[in-house]
Design a protein around this ligand. Structure first.
Ligand SMILES: NC(=O)C1=CN([C@@H]2O[C@H](COP(=O)(O)OP(=O)(O)OC[C@H]3O[C@@H](n4cnc5c(N)ncnc54)[C@H](OP(=O)(O)O)[C@@H]3O)[C@@H](O)[C@H]2O)C=CC1
Ligand SMILES: Nc1nc(=O)c2c([nH]1)NC[C@@H]1CN(c3ccc(C(=O)N[C@@H](CCC(=O)O)C(=O)O)cc3)C=[N+]21
Ligand SMILES: [Mg+2]
Length: 286
């Protein structure tokens, strides 16, 4: 018996959703509003630079005013905080984010706290995170939100599903858990101290993987006919981009699986841009 695996093609979903988003930007422009997004990039981390380029390309394609603000690795915390203050008060900027990770001499928490929750497109400020867990989100973290947009597109209903997330970062694991809990999934978050990881992941109807280790997840971690979401952005032994999931080993055991590239990454950018447009729409609606 051949059971067909369905690819969750984030790249295609993103292209489909771009059309609606472009129309929303157009109607804002008719009212004299151009959505503005700024990205602050510290240092020249090459992976970060690629992501930033992708964001810029998509934002500009949709008619969004994109501002890239670059700092040397040696920038002081004070200089960075001053720029954040400026962006908080810049009426042309609806939302901005500070690309992570930051150099060690800069306190990430301090930077997050300085961002105005009203412009926090990443949803990383304490107020945004609190609202997310209360169930009254202001802005939603892009990766988590992008994953849900993709699952919605494929009509995957999370209600009552057993979701297991590997990774508990503030940027991926935790916000994904919050949004999926809100959809009535039963959510388990696992991490590097988790005992018997395979036993837990093997019970997952939906497995979300955000570890940061190339091809870590093989078929022995996966339940038959599970849905596998691979957030990882890693390099394989040949330097080629790959995910945390060993795609070729796992795919035939799944009912749906995201490829890397072309899965979660493009949806992250879709969710980010959607968030910026929503903030700009808020200029009209108050
Ligand atoms: N596609 C996209 O849009 C995005 C992709 N990424 C990618 O996703 C991946 C994860 O990113 P991020 O969340 O920032 O990473 P972090 O390094 O912040 O977190 C990794 C998590 O994985 C856990 N972990 C590490 N090793 C193991 C293990 N052997 N078993 C179980 N859990 C383990 C860690 O546990 P512990 O907490 O105990 O240390 C931690 O919670 C990376 O590849 C990153 O590049 C990230 C953001 C967006
Ligand atoms: N404050 C902050 N917010 C973030 O959202 C954030 C961050 N810091 N730091 C780094 C991670 C990583 N991230 C990605 C976004 C898009 C792709 C992406 O577009 N990926 C494409 C193409 C990748 C390629 O070709 O290189 C794909 O998977 O198909 C990947 C990764 C956002 N991040
Ligand atoms: Mg980290």
């Amino acid at each position: 018996m051949v059971i067909s695996v369905k690819l969750l093609e984030g790249k295609k979903v993103a292209q489909a959703l771009d059309e609606t988003m472009a129309k929303r930007v157009e109607s804002l422009k008719e009212k004299g509003i151009t959505p503005g997004l700024a990205v602050v990039l510290v240092g020249d981390n090459s992976a970060s630079a690629v992501y930033v380029r992708n964001k810029q390309r998509r934002a500009e394609k949709l008619g969004i005013n994109f501002q890239l603000i670059r700092f040397e690795e040696s920038v002081t915390e004070q200089e960075l905080l001053a720029k954040i203050d400026e962006l908080n008060n810049d009426s042309a900027i609806d939302g901005f984010l500070v690309q992570l990770p930051l150099p060690d001499h800069i306190d990430e928490d301090k930077v997050n706290e300085a961002i105005s929750p009203n412009k926090d497109v990443d949803g990383f400020t304490p107020i945004s995170v609190g609202n997310l867990w209360i169930g009254t989100p202001m802005t939603k973290p892009a990766t988590a939100s992008g994953i849900l947009m993709m699952l919605d597109h494929y009509n995957v209903d999370l209600d009552g599903k057993n979701v297991v997330i590997i990774g508990r970062s503030n940027i991926v694991g935790k916000p994904t858990a919050a949004l999926m809990l809100e959809r009535n999934a039963t959510v388990t978050i696992t991490h590097s101290h988790t005992k018997n990881l395979k036993e837990i992941t093997s019970k997952a109807d939906v497995l979300v993987v955000a570890i940061g280790r190339a091809k870590f997840i093989t078929q022995d971690y996966v339940k038959d006919q599970a849905i596998v979401i691979d957030v990882g952005m890693d390099r394989d032994e040949n330097g080629k981009l790959c995910g945390d999931v060993d795609f070729d080993d796992v795919k035939d055991k799944t009912s749906m699986i995201t490829p890397v590239p072309g899965g979660v990454g493009p949806m992250t950018i879709t969710a980010l841009v959607d968030q910026v447009i929503e903030l700009a729409e808020g200029r009209i609606n108050g």
